[in-house]
Design a protein around this ligand. Structure first.
Ligand code: SAM
Length: 287
């Protein structure tokens, strides 16, 4: 792997099942001059499993800028580098984006070595539309920020996907249920590729009940997928999700009274409905 300049290989590693790695990934990890890893101890175990001994350096979000500069120098010196994260595809809710940008900006080569990714694995088995989807990464950590996040996505018509930890899966679903209708389809994809892999497609209301009642459904790693909004708001007396979105945006800039008056003019919805929705939104912001 020698050239005038070295290349950066972005290598996907397993998300649970150690067999989920490509031959090319293993070859690359053997042949590069060094491996930049999020957690050096973690990657050592992985390398041991495949009988690879290679030089590892630390590359995590707290040293990313400095380490990226350092790696760029090494590539300029002709060394080849593999970037790996603790699990799955680097950059996807993992470190690496500033490094890849820096290397592209410098005109050097970045080579993807594709493989496991929890987002894609979950999408492939969820049974929700995948022609268009949005990936949201991890949800905000506070309840009020999560409710704003869900409110802003009320009318998104395509599937949306997020990562969640076992510590917050229940509160995330509880917050979602205060904003979205209970009949919205969601998929909880838990412990993918591992012994206790569970992929459940059901309504939001059922998912919340399941996660509340079954302790096991609050253990492990989670991807949550949510059906797009196309089929909601069937009741003509309800505001459409588009009308609620307009109101939400206006409420960020104006008083409730002004936001409601402007929303009436913009959307043509009934003032009484908009005013009630504004009070509900205000309440969720405070909880
Ligand atoms: N880069 C990784 C990828 O390609 O999927 C994601 C890294 S992110 C720091 C870790 C999060 O991904 C976990 O908290 C969880 O939400 C999700 N995740 C990773 N492995 C998973 C698995 N086996 N099953 C379900 N979710 C998983």
């Amino acid at each position: 792997m020698s050239n005038q300049y070295g290349k950066l290989y972005v290598v996907a590693t397993p998300i649970g099942n150690l067999a989920d790695i490509s031959f090319r990934a293993i070859e690359t990890l053997k042949q590069v001059d060094l491996i930049a890893a999020e957690d050096t101890r973690h990657v050592k175990l992985l390398l041991q499993h495949y009988g690879i001994s290679n030089k590892i350096i630390s590359f995590h979000q707290h040293n990313e800028d400095k380490a990226a500069e350092n790696l760029l120098e090494k590539l300029r010196d002709g060394l080849s580098v593999a970037l790996v994260s603790d699990a799955g595809t680097p950059l996807l809710s993992d470190p690496g984006m500033p490094l890849v940008r820096k290397i592209k900006d410098a005109g050097l080569t970045v080579v993807p070595i594709p493989g496991a990714c929890a987002l894609i694995a979950a999408l492939s088995a969820a049974g929700l539309p995948v022609t268009q989807f949005s990936f949201e990464g991890f949800l905000p950590r506070t309840s009020s920020a999560r409710k704003i996040f869900f409110t802003e996505r009320l009318s998104v018509p395509t599937t949306w996907v997020f990562y969640e930890s076992c510590h917050r899966i229940l509160v995330a679903l509880q917050d979602m249920a205060t904003i979205l209708q209970g009949d919205r389809q969601v998929v909880i994809a838990r412990e993918l590729t591992k012994m206790h892999e569970t992929i459940i497609k059901t309504t939001l209301a059922n998912a919340l009940e399941l996660v509340t009642q079954d302790d096991n459904m609050r253990k492990g790693e989670f991807v949550v997928l949510v059906e797009g909004a196309a089929k909601i708001n069937k009741n003509e007396e309800d505001l459409t999700s588009e009308q609620i979105k307009t109101l939400t945006i206006l409420m960020r800039e104006c008083t409730i009274k002004t936001a409601v008056e402007l929303a009436v003019q913009i959307t043509g919805a009934r003032k009484k409905l908009l005013y009630q929705a504004a009070l509900d939104l205000e309440k969720t912001k405070k909880t």
